[in-house]
Design a binder for this molecule. Structure first.
Ligand code: FES
Length: 168
């Protein structure tokens, strides 16, 4: 599916992602298929490359890793990070929901972010600009509440810091 058909259906290609291409997906899968434990890295690379994990890629993953499509889908759908339905927004804000961050105000920060972006978890704004995702630990546990914006981590966020981060 090319970028035009995605956009005509109201989907926007996230920043840095390219339209799905089965040859490219097969090449990615081929890089990981012979590595023990290569399934998750392959899915991550597919998500990073295309902005989500299309159903067509699941079939190729199953083929490449010699597992059933149901097994490949089971793994992909288990992890929140692997969007299966549609590309995320151009900017993706991930807020840590794990214990250490919760102990220092992650719930209040999440409520503020939802209010600012007018989104719930896994939501994308109508203009395709923002997606809001929960994440379970960003490795910044001593500097919570922690967030990741467009792949970059930020710590000790309060409401003002978050507003500054998202420019709203
Ligand atoms: S608990 Fe939030 S970064 Fe680890």
């Amino acid at each position: 599916m090319g970028p035009k058909s995605l956009q005509s259906r109201g989907f926007l290609i996230p920043r840095g992602a390219v339209p799905f291409d089965s040859d490219l997906a097969a090449t990615i899968i081929g890089r990981f298929a012979s590595i023990p434990g290569g399934l998750l890295p392959a899915l991550h690379e597919i998500r990073k490359t295309f902005g989500y994990v299309p159903r067509a890629a699941i079939a190729l993953v199953a083929q490449g890793f010699n597992i059933t499509e149901a097994e490949a889908f089971g793994v992909a759908s288990f992890y929140h990070d692997f969007r299966l339905e549609r590309p995320a927004g151009r900017r993706v804000l991930r807020l840590c929901r794990a214990e250490a961050c919760q102990a220092v105000g992650a719930d209040a920060l999440a409520a503020h972010a939802k209010d600012r972006l007018r989104l719930d978890w896994h939501g994308t704004t109508a203009d395709g600009e923002w997606s809001l995702e929960p994440v379970f630990c960003l490795g910044l546990c001593a500097c919570g509440p922690a967030a990741m914006l467009d792949g970059e981590v930020h710590g000790r966020l309060d409401d003002d810091g978050l507003d500054e981060l998202i420019g709203r």
